[in-house]
Write a protein that binds this ligand. Structure first.
Ligand SMILES: NC(=O)c1ccc[n+]([C@@H]2O[C@H](COP(=O)([O-])OP(=O)(O)OC[C@H]3O[C@@H](n4cnc5c(N)ncnc54)[C@H](OP(=O)(O)O)[C@@H]3O)[C@@H](O)[C@H]2O)c1
Length: 266
């Protein structure tokens, strides 16, 4: 019942975890706003929502690396709904490149632009609306590598760490304003995330990781995320046994370093 008639805006809704979250929310009677760059994929998601019995879906294009696109998307949502109850900041870009592979920081800037600056630019706009309406809940798809570093993902990991600091601050600043934050920390989820990941030169990796392909089913992942959000959990760890690494890093760091150096990073 929690999501019934609530305006739920999901970024990165054209595939993977975001798409699966949309279907979970669709069956719970949410008023959906779905965003990403690929409008053709979003239209397919909208059709599937209708098949699930939910026709209340607004498709809004967004490019998280483009401030003007973020502003236009916000205006479009505000015009239709005048409110956002839940913002699922899920759109993101991964990385498959060693620090030593390139001296250029072009790829690093692109990853930070989408994962961090794009996310906070949208968040700042939506927060004003939430404060006016007296309610809001931000759900942020971080990663287990938002809690520790991991090979081939230096800047990706940094962008996710940055989100933790940012949203913890936002949550404390708004402790008395009825604004909640849930950080989602997926381990390996079976999506095509590695295909669009950037290598050290900023080129698309274009390969499906074995580890990712063998990851948790994306619908199970979305189910656990939506359940955690409904319970207003501050952190939602989701995935297979790899999520134990978060606890190893915190409580037995020496073991964590040994294991992390041994795990195949692709
Ligand atoms: N799969 C995993 O194992 C895993 C683990 C930890 C964290 N995550 C996080 O989960 C989130 C979703 O990833 P996924 O696994 O579901 O992979 P995915 O299927 O590749 O989804 C990524 C989504 O982000 C969108 N996106 C990428 N660049 C964008 C941009 N510039 N502007 C707007 N949207 C953009 C994509 O849409 P368009 O291409 O249509 O724009 C797509 O909908 C990401 O934040 C990722 O870091 C995933």
């Amino acid at each position: 019942m929690i999501f019934t008639d609530k305006v739920c805006w999901v970024t990165g809704a054209s595939s993977g975890i975001g798409e699966a979250i949309v279907y979970q929310l669709a069956t719970k009677g949410a008023k959906l706003v779905i965003s990403a760059r690929r409008l053709d994929e979003l239209e397919k998601v909208k059709i599937k929502c209708a098949e699930l019995g939910n026709k209340n879906v607004q498709v809004v294009a967004i490019d998280l690396s483009d401030q003007e696109s973020i502003s236009a998307a916000f205006r479009a949502v505000k015009n239709v709904h005048q409110r956002v109850d839940y913002l699922f900041n899920n759109g993101g870009l991964s990385q498959r490149g060693l620090v030593s592979d390139s001296e250029s920081i072009e790829a690093d800037r692109k990853i930070m632009e989408v994962n961090f600056f794009g996310t906070i630019a949208l968040t700042k706009k939506v927060l004003t609306l939430m404060l006016n309406n007296g309610f809001g809940h931000f759900v942020v798809t971080s990663s287990i590598v938002g809690k520790f570093g991991f090979p081939l993902r230096s800047t990706y990991s940094a962008s996710k760490h940055a989100l933790h600091g940012y949203f913890e601050s936002l949550a404390i600043e708004n402790f008395n304003n009825n604004i909640s934050v849930s950080m989602v920390l997926p381990g390996r989820i079976a999506t095509s995330l590695s295909l669009g990941a950037l290598n050290a030169e900023g080129k698309v990796h274009g390969e499906m990781d074995e580890g990712l392909a063998a990851g948790m089913d994306v619908n199970e992942c979305a189910k656990q995320i939506v359940k955690g959000v409904a319970l207003k959990k501050r952190e939602i760890l989701v995935g297979g046994k790899e999520i134990m690494m978060v606890h190893f890093r915190r409580f037995v760091p020496a073991l964590f370093y040994k294991l992390a150096a041994r795990i195949k990073p692709t």
